[in-house]
Design a protein. Structure first.
Length: 352
């Protein structure tokens, strides 16, 4: 069993931030595209579309970004070794159709990492919007509802969002540092913290790789090669209890998870941002948890909240422990993560 006592002192560094500080310092995480960068992106997307290549063939070679590329390389470094997230504002999404936007966003993704499948259908470009799914159904994906999510990680090194349309009301994006939650727990409840380093069953929600269980068993917190990595989705931990062979949650484990959630929801630790049309948000899953508030959508379907989503495997990233193979399939740096089931071809659905 891993020991929560390593290291024995509080975690420091740029990823151990406090939400109340970040809310006051947007210059640390909010950047803006300039006209030259926007023009470069438009040209790269147009040239790629005119080349008749399939969007799945996008690469840094056929989507060159001489101006923006170095900035994206710095972003990747900041995700892995810095504060763990960034918002890039200013893309005029209303000027483009969805094909151009899809190519543009996926093209940016190639300069950060390798795109991964987000579901059993092999979709590499995800569509985050309310399709009326039942949030209480254990087979539903929460991002397809308008309900409040809970703080969680996705199954890839990095998640990127491009906001195409906003909700009528609500839908704020929330972030919290795993290191900051750890620092609080090691002082106030080290007994509960220790339990989070034990394996816990998490529901796959029906997207099951060949030969695997309907759930995986990875600790919420993991020490490996001197780094703390989180893997968390409370709703899916709770729904995994529907499987008779899944390890039972004891009263102590439930108390530990409840306290972890309590700290994640502490406004001193987390903070929220309302994404605007054209915002691109990138979040590093290994050091951050993210969440989304519930929202009220517009009555006309064409006006409803809609975001593109990418899951990315990052070059030069941290090593992950062996247990992550249950979820990531491979733990090879630069080629890991996503949801892969038998005979799943990768695909890009522009219209969702």
């Amino acid at each position: 069993m891993q020991s929560f006592q390593q290291p024995g002192i509080a975690l420091t560094g740029p990823s151990a931030w406090l939400g109340e500080e970040m809310a006051k310092q947007p210059e640390r995480w909010l950047t803006h595209l300039n006209e030259e960068e926007i023009f470069e992106l438009e040209n790269a997307a147009s040239e790629f579309i005119n080349s008749d290549n399939n969007i799945g063939a996008l690469s840094t070679e056929n989507f060159p970004l001489a101006i923006l590329g170095p900035r994206l390389a710095k972003l990747r470094e900041s995700l892995i070794n810095g504060i763990g997230f960034e918002v890039i504002r200013g893309l005029p999404v209303n000027n483009y159709d969805q094909e151009i936007l899809a190519v543009l966003f996926c093209g940016i993704g190639t300069h950060l990492g390798r795109a991964r499948s987000q579901n059993a259908q092999g979709d590499v470009l995800g569509h985050v919007r309310n399709i009326g799914a039942d949030a209480e159904d254990p087979e539903s994906r929460i991002y397809q509802t308008s309900a409040r999510q809970t703080f969680h990680t996705d199954s890839a090194d990095c998640v990127g969002l491009l906001c195409l349309k906003t909700a009528k009301l609500g839908g704020k994006s929330l972030l919290v540092s795993v290191a900051s939650i750890y620092n609080k727990m090691r002082v106030s409840r080290p007994d509960l913290l220790a339990l989070l380093f034990e394996p816990v069953a998490t529901d796959r929600r029906g997207e099951i790789p060949e030969g695997a269980k309907a759930y995986f068993e990875i600790p919420v917190l993991n020490w490996y090669q001197g780094k703390l990595t989180g893997m968390y989705q409370r709703q899916y931990i709770d729904s995994a209890q529907r499987f008779p062979d899944a390890q039972r949650l004891t009263a102590a484990h439930i108390e530990a998870l409840d306290y972890f959630d309590q700290l994640a929801n502490d406004p001193k630790l987390n903070f929220g941002m309302q994404l605007q049309q054209g915002d691109m948000q990138f979040v590093y899953n290994h050091s951050m948890l993210h969440d989304r508030e519930g929202f009220t959508d517009w009555p006309d379907p064409k006006d409803r909240r809609h975001l593109f989503r990418l899951w990315l495997s990052l070059e030069g990233d941290r090593a992950l422990p062996e247990c992550f193979k249950q979820r990531y399939g491979s733990i090879k740096i630069g080629d890991r993560g996503g949801i892969i089931t038998k005979d799943t071809p990768l695909s890009f659905t522009v219209d969702g």
